[in-house]
Design a protein around this ligand. Structure first.
Ligand code: BEZ
Length: 389
């Protein structure tokens, strides 16, 4: 409640300014259905996405395309088995105009199937499932985040450049983990390295001990990992507690240390990761976003909050082009496709498959920050394998 009040105060001036100029277009509310995890290991990620999305809408006076935005939400629990029922609740029961979701790749793939079959607009604000902007790509499916391939590929490039010759990967056994390990392997192998073992455990299991013992005996030059949320916190702490951080460098997709550093503390210091966001970026949009987010929610934003904010920006570009007239779906989609998003990560455009073409940063954990070290790969576009659009 307090956060909501703070958000209201933070944007009051902007709302007043907009109210005078942007006449309501159709007058009818545009209905956004959040399908996100609000419980479980990814709960914090879901909340951050919703916060980021709402912040952008509030900055526009609570309206996009001149019409007020209304919200409904469903907790998807990061459970693929419930995903089809959950998205159908939003579409059929709640009659939403757009579904914004989700975090977990397995859930997102089930959502994309329903979105593709039903034609409902879907904006994926996190889940990296390569298939969503690959074989399942569709005119009505957009992503404001990344493909699992993107940050992983960049770390493969970086690890090879650093002269590591053999690597072990460790992750959860589901689409995000496996695709992340594959993306790393693709670039690392191209750069002359070899992955000697892929270690996995079921999502969201955090019993890492046996796998850490195996890493100690394999003695690779480097360990590449994908974990996020609560699982990432536990993995980084267990890796350090086992003493492996002293002998075998741990690198990862940036989710390993994003939104998690308060809990990881000393164990995370010095970790190198790659991601499409970082601390210490110098663009004006990021500065304004961080200030506004901190003021509204009394929290620092992370990559998930930023992706939620940009999901709203993509939707806003579409609705502005049709002045809120959602019946003009083709024109709306065309505007979303063409949009150049002024993102806190830096400006980006969307690929033909509707995935951000973006710089992937190399970051290093220093204190409570993922401090940008430079760009690992510039304007990296997902290959969109299997997308016919
Ligand atoms: C995924 O399942 O795609 C995912 C989950 C958390 C962070 C990043 C990706």
């Amino acid at each position: 409640m307090k956060k909501r009040q703070a958000l209201g105060v933070a944007v009051a001036a902007a709302m007043l300014a907009v109210a005078g100029t942007a006449a309501a277009q159709t007058g009818k509310p545009y209905k956004v259905g959040f399908m996100l995890p609000y419980t479980g290991t990814y709960a914090a990620l879901g909340n951050a996405i919703e916060n980021g999305f709402k912040l952008y809408v509030e900055e526009q006076g609570g309206k996009l395309g001149g019409d007020p935005i209304e919200y409904v939400r469903v907790d998807d629990e990061s459970d693929p088995a419930k995903a089809t029922d959950n998205i159908n609740k939003l579409i059929k029961r709640d009659q939403v105009d757009v579904v914004v979701g989700t975090v977990h790749s397995g859930v997102a793939m089930a959502m994309a199937k329903v979105a593709k079959d039903s034609g409902v607009l879907m904006i994926d604000p996190n889940a990296g499932a390569d298939a969503v902007t690959g074989p399942m790509c569709a005119p009505n499916i957009f992503r404001s985040s990344f493909s699992n391939w993107q940050p992983a590929y960049a770390m493969g490039v970086e690890a090879a450049k650093r002269g590591y010759k053999n690597a072990v990967t460790i992750t959860w056994k589901y689409a995000a983990g496996e695709e992340s390990a594959n993306g790393f392997k693709e670039a690392f192998t191209k750069g002359g390295g070899k992955v000697i073992k892929d270690l996995t455990l079921p999502f969201p299991n955090v019993e890492f001990q046996a796998l850490l013992t195996e890493i100690a005996s394999l003695k690779p030059d480097v360990v590449y990992t994908f974990f996020a949320g609560g699982g990432a916190v536990k993995f980084v702490k267990d890796y350090a507690a086992a003493g492996l951080n002293k002998s075998i460098p741990l690198v990862g997709a940036g989710f390993l240390t994003d939104g998690t550093l308060d809990a990881q503390g000393e164990a995370a210091q010095g970790l190198l990761t790659t991601l499409h966001y970082a601390d210490g970026l110098t663009n004006a949009k990021d500065k304004a976003f961080r200030l506004a987010y901190a003021k509204a929610y009394k929290l620092q934003p992370d990559v998930y909050a930023m992706q939620g904010y940009d999901a709203a920006q993509i939707l806003g570009a579409g609705l502005a082009a049709v002045k809120g007239d959602k019946s003009k779906k083709e024109a709306m989609i065309a505007a979303m496709e063409k949009a150049r998003i002024d993102s806190p990560r830096g400006p980006f455009t969307l690929s033909k498959a509707h995935n951000p073409v973006q710089d992937i940063y190399l970051r290093k954990v220093v204190g409570k920050e993922n401090v940008v070290q430079g760009v690992a790969v510039k304007a990296l576009a997902d290959p969109a394998r299997g997308c016919r659009m």
